[in-house]
Design a protein around this ligand. Structure first.
Ligand code: DX5
Ligand code: ZN
Length: 220
């Protein structure tokens, strides 16, 4: 399959940034299109990160598109707060909710874009019928919860399945991949149809400029 003509967007995940100097970490990736914000509640996933007040603070120091990835139970309870904090896209996990349509509507009513994420073992079919209401599908290529895990190659066919389905819908829907994305794994996901690369450890570990250049060059 040929690479997509659209520009691939990079969404650094601040989970791997230095939280003692978050502003300068965010500035170090200001050339990227999106900023990926991993919200974890210690319930849906076995880790706790940050909530709306951190997002509100960093909104003042960044012009990125804020891509908020909610790895939380009952996301509908918090959507409004995350939207008000400055999220541009709010993504929830399909596995975390019972009434998917209501959560989508709740996000839409806040005036932000709607994303749905699926864990490695969740089929693409579970999101298929909601496609016309979505702006983003976030395909997890690791089990959600922690940065720095290894890319799961067996998820790749699902990326291709998503690309084929999205191309059949008259709507601009981004396909993002999240987990273990590096210059090594990025070409494979882009070749299979992903157009947003979420990347934490391989962006923030070491020389950020060099890491970003290598990631961009890998998918040119
Ligand atoms: C994992 C998070 C990811 C994570 C990616 O649950 O959703 O966004 O930060 O980190 P890396 O790129 O290190 O796998
Ligand atoms: Zn994420």
């Amino acid at each position: 399959m040929s690479r997509r003509e659209d520009k691939v967007k990079i969404a650094p995940s601040i989970l791997s940034a230095n939280f003692s100097c978050l502003e300068s970490s965010i500035k170090s990736v200001e050339s990227t299109e999106w900023l990926h914000l991993d919200v974890m509640d210690g319930h849906f996933v076995p880790n706790i990160t940050f909530g709306p007040c951190v997002i509100r603070s960093i909104r003042d120091v960044s012009d990125h598109v804020f891509d908020t990835h909610l790895m939380i139970s009952e996301p509908e309870r918090y959507v409004e707060e995350f939207a008000e904090a400055g999220s541009d896209i709010i993504t929830f996990h399909i596995e975390a909710v019972e009434d998917v349509e209501t959560v989508i509507e709740t996000i839409e009513n806040c005036g932000v874009k709607v994303g749905v994420s699926i864990k490695p073992d969740t089929s693409f079919d579970s999101v298929r019928k909601f496609l016309p209401s979505l702006d983003l599908i976030l395909i997890m290529t690791v089990e959600p919860g922690f940065g720095g895990q290894s890319f799961m190659h067996d998820v790749v066919p699902k990326i291709k399945e998503a690309r084929e389905a999205v191309d059949g819908v008259e709507k601009d829907i981004d396909i993002a991949v999240d987990g273990g994305i590096s210059p090594k794994t990025a070409p494979k996901v882009v070749d299979n149809g992903a157009n947003v690369l979420v990347s934490g450890s391989s962006v923030f570990k070491g020389d950020v400029d060099k890491n970003l250049k290598e990631l961009r060059d890998a998918v040119k």
